[in-house]
Design a protein around this ligand. Sequence first.
Ligand code: WQD
Length: 343
Amino acid sequence: MSKKILITGGTGYIGSHTAVELLQKNYEVFLVDNFSNSHSSVLQGIKKITSKEPHFTKLELTDKEAVAAYFEDHHDLDAVIHFAALKAVGESVEKPLLYYYNNIVSLLLLLENMIAYNIPYLVFSSSCTVYGEPDKLPIKETAPIKPALSPYGNTKQISEEIILDLAKVQENFSAILLRYFNPIGAHPSGFIGELPIGIPNNLVPYITQTAAGVRDVLHIFGDDYDTPDGTCIRDYIHVVDLARAHIAALERLLNNENETSCEIFNIGTGRGHSVLEIVHTFEKVNNMILPYVIDDRREGDVEKVWADTNKAQKILNWKPQFSIEDALRDAWQWEKNYRGIKS
Ligand code: WQD
């Protein structure tokens, strides 16, 4: 009998790629999403790749009654992977209440129902944003958590604390927190990928939309940082590698291999790339020239950050398989498919 896994934010960027990996490993997959930052067409993409249809329910995770009703109907779930959250750093500064309410209330309602129906395992989508500007690179999971630079980052820190405190005292409840670095790319099939609604906040979708002519020019936010080429450095990880890290974490919990009731892992490649390196690698692998201008720095940007991934590699037996080139090629393939660009 296949294990039953709920993915919240299941039609989102990382949620949909994780759904594909779970379906291909013969799990029974249940997706919920409110489509605030995704589209129902993603479900067709998942089906095209896997020839399987996940169960889907449109659900507002901050609606107490609706969430309770959902779990009443799905009380035999084996685990939950929780992606659903608002995640635009800039928007969170403008609309702090929206972010605190959405990201924290949805987590609290989810946890309440997991406990009520004795659903024992949670994999939580956290973020390297909890580290702020690191003192030491690469960053280990033991690095100090710095005061959040945005309400978004603060909701991730608060969420981690809530889960850690619950795991300390709650019988039959264990969690794994995955601190992502920068997810990029798309499924190699080209059937699913990043689908930001409105103007992309993140670098790679802005690059692919510029390449597609949807945006006139890429604005690079600052080239006067203390880095080799002056632009910020990040640890960019292929979204399929990231999805597979969730499977590794889930199976560690399902197999009761976790050593404590709440474990934390950095999920990145362990390598940093600058903005200009990403731009030039994109141009090279996709054989094009990308128009860009250098603008002022973006408020709140961290100068350089990349992961120490030894713990995930050793304990989760997980290692990134895709290169930056793969990710930038897949990102462009997806953009072209999505917009019907032939070439
Ligand atoms: C990367 C670099 C920008 C856009 C993001 C999310 C955060 C978290 C981690 C999930 C920076 C530069 C960007 C552009 C640019 N995700 N840039 N022009 O800020 O590291 O964090 O991923 O938890 O929620 O915000 O990623 O892609 O926004 O920026 O020059 O149009 O690209 O200044 O140096 P970031 P990003």
